[in-house]
Write a protein that binds this ligand. Structure first.
Ligand code: ATP
Ligand code: MG
Length: 155
């Protein structure tokens, strides 16, 4: 059956290992464009940072990607697009987000990827990619991707 509204369709991919998670990230990287915002959700240890590592690799970022839990924002400028990796885990009010320049970045021309994006939900642009990672009973992860023309092939 042909999908009519691709934009609102959700693609789900299963990742049985961190390596596959990275491969999904690399594939996502091929579909990114300036100004894109990717909102990540998924509980503690779901694999969000791992996915970002794959995206960074796909963009050609050479620096090591480390979790921005404490710094909230990390910026990488050595890839095809500027990468803004954010982690809102420790954010508990919007003033903090204004202080760190969150809005300027997400409306900037780089690629923003936001872990714990639910903590900044009200500030997220309507046009964005939503990714939800769920840990299954067998330890593998389901990755639901919405707002990106992502196909299963090649993973
Ligand atoms: N698809 C997968 N299958 C099995 N293990 C995975 C998968 N993806 C990532 N992992 C592993 O899960 C652990 C947590 O990954 P990661 O740090 O990326 O999660 P996170 O969602 O960023 O966590 P946090 O909530 O602390 O930010 C790591 O050991 C990683 O290697
Ligand atoms: Mg993380």
């Amino acid at each position: 059956m042909k999908k009519i509204n691709r934009e609102s369709s959700v693609n789900t991919v299963n990742a049985a290992s961190a390596e596959i998670m990275m491969a999904i990230g690399r594939k996502i990287a091929t579909l990114t464009e300036p100004g894109m915002v990717i909102a990540l959700r998924g509980g503690l240890g779901a694999g969000k940072t791992t996915l970002v590592k794959g995206v960074a690799e796909g963009l050609g970022v050479k620096s090591e990607i480390t979790s921005p839990s404490f710094t909230i924002i990390k910026e990488y400028n050595d890839g095809r697009l500027p990468l803004y990796h954010m982690d809102l885990y420790r954010i508990d009010n919007f003033e903090e987000l204004y202080m760190i320049g969150f809005e300027e970045l997400i409306y900037g021309s780089g690629l923003s990827i936001i872990e714990w994006s639910e903590n900044g939900q009200e500030l997220l642009p309507e046009k964005r990619v939503d990714i939800l990672i769920t840990i299954l009973d067998d330890g593998s992860r389901n990755v639901d991707i919405k707002g990106l023309d992502f196909e299963h092939s090649g993973i």
